[in-house]
Design a protein around this ligand. Structure first.
Ligand SMILES: [Zn+2]
Ligand SMILES: [Zn+2]
Length: 356
């Protein structure tokens, strides 16, 4: 602990190229703190910036990584020594969007590894605004590294659930239920009391696992067309006395054309589709069906910092399980971590802890 002479980091010097660097510790402005990084998760968004040419707000060289837990070592006196989770997106708290309660989509928001200057989580330390940090008072023996995933992978689906008003007895479908976001969407829907949580995804092994973590039904899309997928869903509804075409809340977590088409296919009377996944493909849909169904489609981005303490408590109380879904590795293995995440076959999310 203490303030270092330099910040050790892995910079993206250009898309596809990582480089070790030692950078100066910036002078902290009022309202900022320096956090010693305990761990930073490798998210598909990072991989999108690195391999797929998705542009970052601040141009390279910059350090990627926005799923960060750590300890405050300098800045605001009252926070020094505190363990914290850094929200993936931090609102400006001054603009009209923030005042309207939608600060998660503030246009002046700061996101480490994207729009927070050159700073990101794959570093020994990071300077961040102090205002919205989520302080971890008692982590009940859980490693601080694991809590990195609260910064994004767990909070973004939580906000989606809150926006969709998920409550006791709800009917929920999750497309992409076994992915980085989907595994937590599934657990959160269950923890908030949904009585049916239908997990839809490709990988059978991961789908099998989802049945132990919130899903009440798992449907694999492998080698199936829409008709076969629909038939399987209808069989489940029939066997459990559920209406197949009324009131389902659907969480599209893939961002793929197929995932979106499946979600739209199941959107029906007084239903709701929440869009959490991002992709560039287009789908065709008869929008008038929304009128006929009295249904809704809504997008959701990030998570308001005010929800972080609730999510943290659900994790510490065991309502949301983290251990089976995180793989802590040394940060010096960042290149392999990026490659494996990009390949998309991992059972767990890689979380990197500084060793340099
Ligand atoms: Zn992310
Ligand atoms: Zn704002």
């Amino acid at each position: 602990m203490g303030v270092p002479s330099k910040i050790e980091t892995w910079q993206m010097v250009e898309p596809g190229k990582l480089q070790r660097a030692s950078i100066d510790v910036p002078e902290l402005k009022p309202g900022e703190v320096l956090v010693e990084v305990a761990a930073c998760g490798v998210c598909h968004t990072d991989v999108g910036y690195f391999y797929d040419g998705v542009p970052t707000v601040n141009k390279p060289p910059l350090t990627l990584g926005h799923e960060i837990s750590g300890v405050v070592v300098a800045g605001e006196e009252k926070l020094i020594g505190k363990e914290v989770i850094i929200p993936a997106v931090m609102p400006c708290n001054k603009c009209a969007i923030c005042a309207s309660g939608r600060g998660n989509r503030c246009l002046a928001q700061k996101m480490p590894g994207n729009s927070l200057g050159m700073y990101g989580g794959f570093s020994s330390h990071i300077p961040v605004p102090a205002e919205d940090l989520c302080v971890v008072e008692d982590r009940k023996g859980m490693p601080l590294q694991w809590l990195a995933v609260v910064a994004d992978a767990i909070t973004s689906p939580y906000q989606a659930a809150i926006k969709a008003g998920v409550k006791e007895g709800d009917l929920v479908i999750i497309t992409g239920a076994t992915g980085g976001i989907g595994t937590y969407m599934t657990q959160i829907a269950s923890a908030l009391g949904a009585k049916a949580v239908v997990a839809i995804a490709r990988n059978k092994e991961k789908l099998e696992r989802s049945l132990s973590y919130g899903a009440t039904c798992a449907i694999s899309t492998q080698d199936k067309d829409m008709k076969a997928i629909t038939a399987e869903f209808r069989d489940y509804c029939k066997a459990n006395g559920l209406p197949a075409n009324v009131g389902w809340k659907i969480f599209e977590s893939t961002g793929t054309k197929m995932g979106q088409e499946i979600a739209l296919n199941f959107l029906s009377f007084v239903g709701k589709m929440m869009v959490l996944g991002f992709g560039m493909q287009k789908v065709e849909y008869m929008i008038s069906r929304l009128m006929a169904f009295d249904a809704e489609i809504e997008g959701t981005w990030g998570c308001l910092p005010k929800y972080y303490p609730e999510v943290l408590n659900m994790v510490l109380d065991g309502k949301i399980k983290v251990e089976p879904f995180v793989d802590v590795r040394p940060m010096s293995q960042i290149a392999t971590g990026f490659e494996e995440t990009h390949a998309g076959k991992l059972m767990k999310r890689i979380v990197l802890t500084p060793d340099f």
